[in-house]
Write a new protein. Structure first.
Lengths: 220, 366, 141
């Protein structure tokens, strides 16, 4: 029965397993990281060291320091276009909000469909630009591995499939909708195990760096 | 097949040519035919032999027949197939028992190879067909015999087209759609729970005029099932603007906003409800304030709750249990993995001669 | 009274607050009129009639009002009393007819705009005339 079966799978076992793997993976990695043994820092904390102050690094690193701007600012902007558009498309679209409400009980008003499509389009173009940059920059190309490219693909796929479903392109709408949901589920299932885990870990990484340097007397 | 033409039968029944033209106009409108096709249908219907129709019912609730017979102002299809052409229908006719069965056999034999077989309800082959029998025959055997003498089979309703309610989990009787049993005759699926009356008669009229219509991948006439409800819904502008009713009696509901959030399956349901509407064009579920159930699609009973939006899980699994269990399992694995890592870290530390800071620098830079 | 049954069982009346369908400024009506004009042109040169099914379009009330005003009323109005009744009127534009078929109980079933010299349904059929002649001779012979 074609498209209907794929949609039923995506709304049923597909979603169940993807969310279970997501939660399992995140808890595993966080618990695993936090229960690791850390080398004891036997030095005295320097003057001016402050834990709260160190947390400021989490916020301050959202924008590059003056010294680096000339080199990285334009890619920082493109990256924000990708992340911002992605956030608007996910969190601003009523069907997605309803999914979140079904899972954790909270919801908020959505935006018109045209706004969402625009945001998703910008996000997709920015993501392609970032891939091109990764492929063209000799340094990035050298340090990129399977995780980088696979994570890119998994993050990218929901965008064109979502737009195609929204505009009823690509043949059977039910099948396209089911496929779009499946790409989202693959993203969620992969999230804890690759680079996309930065969505959660970025705060801890920045905070840890801030703490370490603050202790050393060189607050960032 | 009878010798008189359809227009002759109508004239005999007291209907003037103008009435015939009027009814054909209504039928053409429902079928969304072009003016040329509409004219052609009128001509062909006028000259066609009066068809013989045998209507058989199996595992069904009679809702489809109710839909067909309860039209407020009977259209030409209704008149043709109910008053003039219906040679057998065990629900509508007065005769019962062996006399009725004999009448059916006579009608079928008289028009053998030429009658249109209309079927509603699914059939049940499981355990030798014992779960649905009449006059000592199983539904499967009865259908096979009836279909062998038909020129075409019209499966009316979702039960006949896709199995419908009897087919829904756990399907205790092993119900199957008509198309699973009838393989050697054209089968036209007119799905819906029930289908709109004008859609049933429209499909029959189209067949009498032009033969088997263009069918979609579920065997349904594209004339009626080519668009989704969502494509033709008058509330679509609200969907596009992101304006949804949250409950059945809130401000959004009063203002007629989109019912997506209340579980409307319009985007994935193909039917004519939004254009042809129900009860002689009065309204359809969304216009009356309730989301589409998706009743003309296969397995609509088992696709999750009717009030769960399309983008949410079907509700077959408990979020708390599955996600809670996953979190516990993740924590357990995390602790176990960390335990192994810490043991390895301790072993490495134990083998070092001492813990001078210089060694740590060496480790970091080396 | 809509909205209240009694103090204990309040019936909530849910009426759509406004009709969202219909393009702004009568764009659908204008498109229809342009289609009608083309059809009249075709008939004048080739005698090919045209039928535009406006019932199937789902016109909103404002669009319908614009169309009614544009087409107006002509010289001929025909009422057919069969099977619920039908109303056929020529608009102010010759050859442009409004055909409305009503069902039993007066509900509007089909609404067409027909571009032709005379709509088919008005004409008498030869077979009907033959039957009538037979009857006429028998009664008055």
């Amino acid at each position: 029965m074609g498209g209907g079966t794929l949609l039923d799978f995506a709304r049923g076992p597909g979603m169940e397993w993807a969310l279970a793997i997501l939660v399992f993976g995140i808890v595993w990695r966080l618990v695993g990281i936090f229960t690791l043994k850390r080398p004891k820092d036997l030095a005295e904390p320097r003057a001016g060291a402050s834990a709260i102050g160190a947390m400021w690094v989490i916020i301050s690193r959202t924008w590059p320091h003056k010294e680096f701007r000339e080199r990285v600012l334009h890619w920082e902007v493109v990256s924000y276009l990708f992340h911002g558009g992605y956030a608007v498309a996910i969190l601003g679209y009523a069907p997605h909000i309803l999914l979140i409400r079904a899972l954790i009980g909270i919801s908020w008003p959505g935006l018109p469909g045209g706004v969402i499509a625009f945001a998703a389009g910008i996000s997709g173009v920015a993501l392609i630009a970032l891939l091109m940059h990764r492929l063209n920059s000799p340094v990035l190309r050298k340090i990129s591995n399977f995780d980088d490219y696979f994570s890119w693909l998994v993050a990218f796929m929901p965008l064109p499939t979502g737009l195609m479903a929204y505009y009823h392109l690509g043949g059977n709408y039910e099948w396209m909708l089911g496929f779009h949901m499946l790409t989202g589920e693959i993203l969620l299932a992969w999230l804890p195990f690759g680079k996309i885990m930065h969505t959660i870990l970025f705060a801890f990484s920045r905070g840890t760096t801030g703490l370490a340097y603050s202790r050393k007397g060189a607050p960032l | 097949m009878s010798n008189e033409t359809i227009s002759e039968s109508f004239r005999k029944a007291g209907m003037s040519r103008r009435a015939f033209l009027k009814f054909c106009a209504a039928a053409a409108s429902v079928l969304a035919l072009s003016p040329a096709e509409a004219g052609e249908m009128t001509r062909r219907l006028a000259q066609a032999r009066r068809p013989d129709v045998i209507y058989l019912s199996y595992q069904e609730c009679t809702g489809c027949l109710e839909s067909l017979t309860r039209s407020f102002s009977p259209g030409i299809g209704h008149l043709l197939f109910n008053d003039i052409s219906l040679d057998f229908d065990d629900t509508l006719q007065a005769a019962a028992g062996e006399a009725a069965e004999a009448a059916r056999m006579t009608a079928m034999k008289k028009a053998w190879g030429k009658y249109i077989l209309v079927v509603d309800g699914s059939v049940s082959p499981k355990d030798g067909g014992v779960y649905c029998t009449a006059a000592g025959k199983s539904s499967v055997a009865d259908l096979q015999y009836a279909a062998s003498g038909a020129q075409a089979v019209v499966a009316v309703g979702t039960c006949a087209s896709f199995g419908g309610l009897p087919f829904a989990a756990p399907n205790p009787t092993g119900a199957v759609p008509i198309s699973e049993i009838v393989k050697d005759k054209p089968v036209i699926n007119v799905s819906g729970c029930p289908p709109i009356a004008e859609v049933i008669t429209g499909a029959l009229l189209y067949y009498v005029s032009f033969g088997v219509p263009a069918l979609d991948r579920h065997g349904r006439p594209v004339n009626f099932y080519g668009n989704t409800i969502h494509d033709r819904c008058y509330r679509r502008p609200f969907y596009d603007q992101g304006l949804f009713a949250h409950t059945f009696d809130d401000e959004g509901a009063r203002r007629g906003w989109c019912l997506f959030e209340l579980g409307c399956k319009g985007p994935v349901t193909h039917n004519a409800c939004a254009t042809t509407k129900w009860n002689g064009g009065t309204s359809y579920p969304i216009e009356s304030g309730h989301g589409c159930l998706g009743c003309s699609e296969p397995n609509f009973w088992d696709r999750g709750g009717f009030y769960r939006p399309l983008s949410t899980p079907t509700g077959h699994w408990s979020g708390a249990q599955v996600l809670g269990g996953a979190a516990v399992a993740g924590a357990a694995v995390g602790v176990a993995v960390a335990g192994v890592a810490r043991a390895r870290q301790n072993k490495k530390d134990d083998h070092k001669p001492d813990h001078k800071p210089a060694d740590k620098d060496h480790d970091r830079n080396g | 009274m809509v909205g209240m049954v009694d103090g204990h069982n309040r019936v909530i009346s849910i009426q759509p607050a406004h009709d969202p369908s219909g393009a702004p400024g009568g764009a659908v009506a204008r498109a229809l009129l342009s289609q009608i004009a083309e059809a009249v042109d075709v008939y004048i040169h080739h005698y090919i009639p045209e039928i535009i099914d406006i019932g199937a379009l789902g016109l909103s009330a404002p669009e319908r009002a614009i169309l009614d005003q544009a087409l107006g009323k002509g010289e001929i109005s025909v009422e057919i009393t069969v099977a619920g009744g039908s109303q056929i009127e020529e608009t102010q534009f010759a050859g442009v007819w409004r055909v409305r078929h009503y069902g039993e109980g007066g509900a509007l079933q089909t609404e067409w705009i027909e571009i032709t010299d005379v709509p088919e349904i008005i004409k008498s059929d030869v077979a009907d005339m033959a039957a009538g002649l037979k009857s006429l001779r028998e009664s008055w012979a």
